[in-house]
Design a protein. Structure first.
Length: 435
């Protein structure tokens, strides 16, 4: 079995050095003696030690197995909080992160997404949902999970909203490379070399439901989880299983190629066909620089097309079930930092798509840009105000009050703290403890 190197990392799989987060997580491929980086060798080395899977499947840990989306939140205390603290990360019976603020009242707001929705690296009471719930006087449920892509969050959203009769308002939060994650069959294979599983207690990223391009039809198709039975997760300890099930995963290949982690025995025929379907120039691997540039362009285009498909499906689902949808986006490294430098955002195509379809949208990148301009700080100093890889409690508090106005204006009727009927008096029914 391979040996893992360890560099401090957050739940997104983003490597951190000296306390500063590097997004995304550029890993090093396994090098052959002749200098080539073999895709097949890389995949076989991604097999998971069986003892780590034992912990994930049978003990209290940060994640727990889910047959559809691979995993959801478990019960654990990661050692990743501010001031070297541990964080209390717990889950309730229905799979949401533990919420206590007005949780005895019916909940009409549900949130879905990745670790910036889940609020990794803070304790249960320090999430932006809990801060905002305290201000609005009503609960907000958190179904986010670290590492999810847009598609996995959409599948979680569908499953919950089909049976939740109280919720009407649905938030779908997108971060950084969530677009790309939607397409992976198994995200673990893309970051295993530099992610510390803590012996299995922080394991996640196993096989899940995903979306892929059918190269024969030229259409995107939704795929069910290849490991939908809990006991079958042990198959991930078999190098040949990992190779057989990922050798033709074009998004895994593109992710690794774009980071120069592999450069041999990839499915160039499949990649060229994908480029043709997406109307991009053919793959050019004539030099490392051209390989990285070409693979990055194709990876992003593939991810963007998948995201557009998912957002259309999410919007249609919400309308069919009487729900209202709010899309949220924040990417501190890939979007916000380039915006500070006056550069265009790499995912402008998605923003244009959202705006052209009239989707309700909140862009936290723009909020942070205006906030940054109000300080006389370097970008590094500014990031320390709010981030410890993910948001600190202060960052989640800032986010909660940044999104407050759009939420208040969205809700009908308004939250009790914003009802302006002077003729009313508050009986505090449902707010005071019963004796």
């Amino acid at each position: 079995m391979h040996r893992r190197k360890f560099i401090k990392s957050n739940a997104l799989g983003a490597v951190t050095l000296g306390g500063s987060s590097l997004f995304p997580d550029f890993l090093q491929g396994s090098n052959r003696k002749n200098g080539g980086k073999s895709y097949a060798e890389y995949l076989r080395n991604s097999a998971v030690p069986k003892e780590e899977l034992e912990i994930f499947l049978n003990k209290n840990s940060w994640a727990q197995f889910d047959s559809e989306v691979g995993y959801i939140l478990g019960n654990y205390m990661p050692h990743d909080g501010i001031d070297k603290s541990f964080t209390l990360s717990t889950v309730m019976y229905d799979g949401k992160r533990t919420n206590t603020v007005y949780n005895e009242k019916p909940c009409r707001i549900n949130t879905y997404g990745d670790s910036f929705t889940h609020c990794h690296q803070v304790s249960d009471a320090e999430t932006w949902q809990e801060y905002l719930a305290g201000h609005l006087g009503e609960p907000i449920q958190n179904f986010g999970m670290g590492g999810f892509g847009v598609y996995q969050a959409y599948r979680r959203l569908m499953r919950r909203e089909k049976v939740d009769k109280d919720s009407k308002y649905v938030m779908l939060y997108m971060w950084g490379d969530d677009y790309v994650r939607s397409v992976f069959r198994c995200r673990y294979a893309t970051y295993y070399k530099h992610w510390n599983d803590y012996g299995g207690y922080m394991f996640h990223g196993n096989f899940w439901s995903n979306i892929e391009m059918d190269l024969d039809s030229g259409k995107l198709v939704e795929k069910e989880n290849r490991i939908a039975v809990k006991e079958d997760v042990y198959k991930m300890s078999d190098p040949e299983f990992m190779y057989d099930n990922l050798k033709d995963d074009l998004m895994v290949q593109l992710h690794l190629l774009s980071a120069d982690m592999v450069n041999s025995d990839v499915d160039t025929k499949g990649l060229k066909k994908l480029a043709h379907i997406l109307k991009l120039p053919e793959m050019d691997f004539s030099s490392p620089e051209k390989m990285i540039k070409t693979a990055t362009a194709l990876k992003n285009k593939y991810a963007f097309e998948a995201t557009k498909y998912i957002l259309k499906k999410t919007d249609a689902f919400c309308k069919e079930h009487g729900k209202e949808l709010l899309l949220i986006h924040f990417d501190p490294s890939g979007v916000f930092k380039p915006m500070v430098r006056g550069e265009s955002r790499y995912d402008q195509e998605i923003v244009d798509f959202i705006e052209s379809n009239g989707y309700r949208f909140f862009d936290m990148n723009a909020v942070h840009l205006e906030d940054f301009k109000s300080f006389n700080l370097t970008l590094e100093e500014y990031m320390k105000r709010y981030f410890n890889g993910h948001y600190t409690p202060s960052g989640n508090h800032f986010f909660a009050y940044a999104i407050k106005d759009i939420v208040v204006n969205w809700l009908n009727p308004k939250p009790i703290t914003y009802q302006q009927d002077d003729s009313k008096y508050i009986k505090f029914e449902g707010y005071l403890p019963k004796h």
